[in-house]
Design a protein around this ligand. Sequence first.
Ligand code: UTP
Length: 237
Amino acid sequence: MPNLTLDSNDPLILSVGGSLIVPDGGPNVDFLKQLRELVLKVIEQGRKIVIVTGGGKTARHYIDAASNVQKISDDDLDWLGIHATRLNGHLVRTILRDVAHPIVYKNPLAVPPVKEWQGNVLIGAGWRPGWSTDFVACRIAQLLDAKTVINMSNIDFVYSDDPRTNPDAKAYEDLRWRDYRQLVGDEWSPGLSAPFDPVAAKFCHKYGMSVAVVNGKNLAEVEKAILGQDFRGTLLS
Ligand code: UTP
């Protein structure tokens, strides 16, 4: 099983897949409660946390709805997704109001240094068409000198193929960026569903960053990853 070597002085960077926050049928209250608990526990240990929120089903429903009415440009579809990520960012900031910096950051390069935060948690959301919240998380990580991103999604591992359609798909625990990028390619499309955004993967590869892909439905595994213990998931590096 993989584990992370994290510097306890660095902020933890969590890219929280929107599918965890808003699966089909609206926001997942149980997940939000557990996320709040985990965050409170971690900041009690003196850690700072960045949480970047994805768009989830809200993004996908709005993108699909607009596309079903008429032909929409990729940029406009991305904007619908971006607003969904921002709505989720405000939701997460609101449930962490007592410990979170009051502003939800869209531009990752505008994020203030950790010592200027009000509170121990800072929330980020979608920024520009052609990006993803995974990419926003990586840019914030780089800005704050954190070398690792924890990508919380709704899958257990990165697989060699889609395990829902291919029972022989292999689950990876450790995967190099070169190999991951061969699996997912470099292409971007609005609402793309990949374990980790290919554009962000290219960025991490270039700057030597690592990403832990962990199933956020099981926050105990996320906690293990945060604590540097062996976790169930994939380490991309
Ligand atoms: P994400 O792809 O980041 O959210 O944004 P998600 O799908 O909930 O996250 P994962 O995959 O589970 O981690 C949703 C959509 O919003 C647009 C894109 O169309 C993206 O697919 N978006 C988001 C942008 O165009 N730019 C951004 O900076 C963020």
